[in-house]
Design a protein around this ligand. Structure first.
Ligand SMILES: Cc1cc2nc3c(=O)[nH]c(=O)nc-3n(C[C@H](O)[C@H](O)[C@H](O)COP(=O)(O)O)c2cc1C
Length: 240
C-alpha cells in the first residue's frame, strides 16, 4: 500500500548536558517506534531540542511569530501526526522555555493531534506536573493527550535505565512499563491521525483511510480513546 510515512515528532525542553529529559524522550520514542513497527507503519521521526533554539524562541516571542531557527522547529511540530513532549520540572511546573515554544504553535494545527506528555524532575513528588500543568495545556490546544503520562525522577533512573538489565522493569509500574503503556495508547490512536493523507501501512491492522470513510474511522478512534480513558479511571491511584 502506498502512502506517506507517519510523522512522529518529539520535543525535548531539557537543558542539561547530558539531559535526563532527552534520555526520557529517547526511551519514549524507541517505545513508540517499536509499537508502530509491530504494526508495520512507516515512520518519519524528528526530535526538536529546544535548547538549540532558545534564543530564537525568545526573539520569536518578541516578534509575535516564529522566526530564525524557531520557525522550522515550530513547523515540524505543527506538521506532526503524533507528538511526544517532554519538559523538566522547574518550580513545580513546565519550564519557561517549553511554555514559550508552545505559545508559538498554531492552535488549529494541534487540534486532534495525539500526544504523550512527559516530564523529569529531581523529586518524585512533582509528578503531578503532568496532570496539573501539561495535560490542561494540551487540552487547551485541543490535542488528544493519552491517559498515561510519563514522569521520571532521579530515583527512577537509579532503578535502572533499561540499558543495563532493565532494572526499572523490576518495579511494578516502573518507568519503562509506564513508557510502554503510553506508547501503546498513542499508537492505538493511529486511525485518528493523518488528516492530510493516508498513512503508509502494510499491516491489515492499520490501513490508509479513504476520505468517505474518515468520519467512521475517526469515530472508531474516539471509541478507542474512550475505552482507554475508562480503563484509566478503573486504575485511579496507579502511580505515573
Ligand atoms: C530552576 C530549576 C528549578 C527546578 N525545580 C524543580 C522542581 O520544582 N521540582 C523538581 O522535582 N525538580 C526541579 N528541578 C530539577 C529538574 O527538574 C531536573 O534536574 C530535571 O530532570 C533536569 O532535566 P535536564 O537534565 O533534561 O535538563 C529544578 C531545576 C532547576 C534548574
Amino acid at each position: 500500500m502506498t502512502g506517506r510515512a507517519l510523522r512522529v515528532v518529539a520535543v525535548n525542553a531539557g537543558l542539561g548536558q547530558p539531559s535526563s529529559t532527552r534520555m526520557l524522550v529517547d526511551r519514549t520514542v524507541d517505545a513508540v517506534v517499536a509499537e508502530l513497527g509491530r504494526r508495520r507503519v512507516d515512520v518519519e521521526l524528528s526530535v526538536v531540542d529546544l535548547r538549540e533554539h532558545a534564543v530564537d524562541i525568545a526573539r520569536s516571542m518578541n516578534a509575535g511569530f516564529a522566526t530564525g531557527s524557531a520557525a522550522p522547529a515550530v513547523a515540524d511540530v505543527e506538521a506532526a501526526d503524533m507528538l511526544i513532549v517532554a519538559t523538566p520540572v522547574f518550580n513545580g511546573s513546565y519550564s519557561g522555555l517549553f511554555k514559550s515554544f508552545v505559545d508559538l504553535l498554531d492552535r488549529a494545527a494541534m487540534d486532534g493531534t495525539p500526544v504523550i506528555i512527559a516530564a523529569t524532575g529531581g523529586s518524585p513528588r512533582h509528578s503531578m506536573v503532568l496532570d496539573h500543568a501539561l495535560r490542561p495545556l494540551f487540552a487547551f490546544l485541543r490535542a488528544v493527550v493519552v491517559p498515561t503520562g510519563v514522569y521520571a525522577a532521579q530515583e527512577d533512573w537509579a532503578q535502572g535505565d533499561g540499558a543495563h538489565g532493565d532494572g526499572a522493569r523490576a518495579v511494578e509500574g516502573g518507568l519503562l512499563d509506564r513508557i510502554d503503556r503510553a506508547a501503546a495508547e498513542l499508537v492505538a490512536l493511529v486511525p485518528m491521525t493523518s488528516p492530510a493523507g493516508p498513512v503508509a501501512a502494510t499491516s491489515p491492522n492499520v490501513r490508509a483511510v479513504p476520505d468517505d470513510q474518515r468520519t467512521a474511522s475517526e469515530s472508531a478512534g474516539i471509541a478507542t480513546f474512550a475505552r482507554l480513558l475508562s480503563r484509566q479511571s478503573a486504575e485511579v491511584g496507579a502511580p505515573h
